[in-house]
Design a binder for this molecule. Structure first.
Ligand code: TUI
Length: 312
């Protein structure tokens, strides 16, 4: 599966693990990289020293390249951006904002920069300021999302930029990967299925919610505040949507979600916590090791792509 992305990143398969807050820590990132994909440590809203420690631990577990995802709304984003350079992290992905102000520093240090975008406009802007590739993330994804579906976003981004495009949102098997390739993507990023891997240090209750999810089980909260977030439906999403309908203030809504992802991932409170997951959760039915999952994905994709000439 040689594509512009495997060549750019020096990895075996063009499969990137999403930089999910609280979930994407060093065990998962190292396991994905060791299996031939690109693992990411999700910096989320964590302090820079936590990220530094995570990077050092991942290096002990794998000699393959891995990256860090910076969540740009984090109060620690500036410091995390510097830690990436100081620790010699080869790849950075960014989410929930525009990373332009860090681009010069990263490029000078030789870091490969892959912003996550949810629109053609931001993809073009990122290419102009030196991005090496972009992740075009559809609204099917879990967590903080944009408006457009993967089917609609990916081909428009592919047409608008010359750098390689990685598709994300609604992909969890070889059919999804092959479809993304048909849309012109040269790689995929997957989150939800990696939450349910043996190496993901995630509370059993969270994994069980994903494994038991039906097709229509996700909800989007926060459209009214301008921070739409997709999670599996529960007491929290119900309360949030009721408050949103009744015109509650930003502060009231924030109070409900504050710390809610940690509550679900770490404490296993899947009733009141935020069980962020993509729409594809309904298709995730087994807990595999990262290596088993990646091998399965590659086998499925290869059999669909044979003879298309889209990749070597
Ligand atoms: O960032 C994500 N997904 C995330 S971040 C996150 S942590 C969080 N926790 C609680 C509340 C809010 C966030 C959970 N999931 N995905 C990447 C992504 N980026 N999706 C959409 C975007 C995006 C949206 C608008 C990127 C840029 C943008 O506009 C920036 C601009 O300046 O135009």
């Amino acid at each position: 599966m040689k594509t512009g992305i495997t060549k750019l990143l020096g990895i075996t398969y063009p499969i990137i693990q999403g930089g999910m807050a609280w979930v994407a820590e060093y065990h998962l990132a190292a396991a994905v990289s060791s299996a031939g994909g690109l693992g990411l440590i999700g910096a989320a809203s964590a302090p820079a020293e936590w990220v530094r420690e995570q990077v050092r631990e991942a290096k002990k577990l794998t000699d393959k390249p891995f990256g860090v995802n910076i969540m740009l709304m984090s109060p620690y984003a500036d410091e995390v951006a510097r830690v990436i350079v100081e620790e010699g992290v080869p790849v950075v992905t960014t989410g929930a904002g525009n990373p332009e102000k860090y681009m010069k520093m990263w490029k000078e240090a030789g870091v490969k920069v892959i912003p996550v975008v949810a629109s053609v406009a931001l993809a073009k802007r990122m290419e102009r300021c030196g991005a090496d590739a972009v992740v075009a993330e559809g609204t099917e994804s879990g967590g903080h999302i944009g408006e457009l579906t993967t089917m609609v976003l990916v081909p428009q981004v592919v047409d608008a930029v010359k750098i390689p495009v990685i598709a994300a949102g609604g992909i969890a098997d070889g059919r999804g990967i092959a479809a993304a390739m048909m849309l012109g993507a040269q790689g995929v990023q997957m989150g939800t299925h990696f939450v349910v891997t043996k190496e993901a240090v995630v509370h059993e209750n969270y994994k069980k919610r994903i494994l038991g999810a039906k097709d229509i089980d996700s909800r989007v909260t926060g459209r009214s505040t301008g921070h739409p977030v997709r999670a599996l439906r529960n007491e929290m999403t119900k309360k949030y949507q009721e408050l949103e309908k009744s015109g509650a203030s930003f502060e009231e809504l924030e109070l409900l979600t504050l710390g809610s992802l940690r509550k679900a991932v770490v404490e296993g409170d899947v009733k009141n916590g935020s069980v962020m997951a993509g729409q594809i959760a309904g298709m995730v039915k087994e807990e595999l090791t990262c290596q088993e999952l990646i091998e399965k994905l590659v086998k499925e994709t290869d059999s669909l792509m044979k003879g298309t000439g889209i990749y070597e």
